[in-house]
Ligand binder design. Sequence first.
Ligand SMILES: [Zn+2]
Length: 255
Amino acid sequence: MISLPSIKTLTAPNPSPMTLSGTNTYILGEKDLIIIDPGPLIESHLKKILEIIQEKEKVKLILLTHHHLDHSEGAEWLSEKTEAPVGAYKNLKLNPNLEWVKLGDQDLLKGDSFTLQVLHTPGHTSDHICLFLTETQALFSGDLILGEGSTTLNPPDGNLKDYMESLYFLKDLNPEVLFPGHGPSGNAGKRIQELIQHRKQRHQEILDCLQKGITEPEEIVQIVYKNLNPSLLGPAVGNVKAHLDTIQHGEKFFK
Ligand SMILES: [Zn+2]
């Protein structure tokens, strides 16, 4: 019988329209722990992680799904306290004084009773990884797939073609449960399908604007984003630019 690894979720107190209820930190395992996304440098949050792990020696690795500060900023603090190295995709730029492990696509990371597979999944950022828990087919999806709504694709680091290819890859992987970087966990297959549909629809709406001669990203946003929260205007413009980039390059990637 496979014993299922323990997964503890701790949400950082940094809620916002971008981070939803806050950044999710995941603590996996019982004896040899792996922490996914320590979150922002908020001492109350980081201290709670230490309380949960009890013995700092148990932490084997601190993983970052990508470089954005709401996921990575607490890594140095936590690495110092636990003496565990930080693992991140090989092109992510970390403080050179930090002990860190450069990860590649498909790398396998062993905990006490579980294996995490590293999946390079660019789109939200070029250094983004998802972590696939092979024993239970659970997917830790970082900011590529959020628990609610859709992620930002701010070019040039954000890229729509990469994002769609990552989604199609994950769809074929067929994970069971989703543990996102923000928002609630849920059915992975359903979320992936929703997001593919959402992007296809958005792409068509933007093509329709272009056909009517509306070409400025700021103008397109006003038409395709209904009831947009004003604080999300910047990210929405970024998303529209990501779509326009692919149209300009004549890239066809919607299956
Ligand atoms: Zn992010």
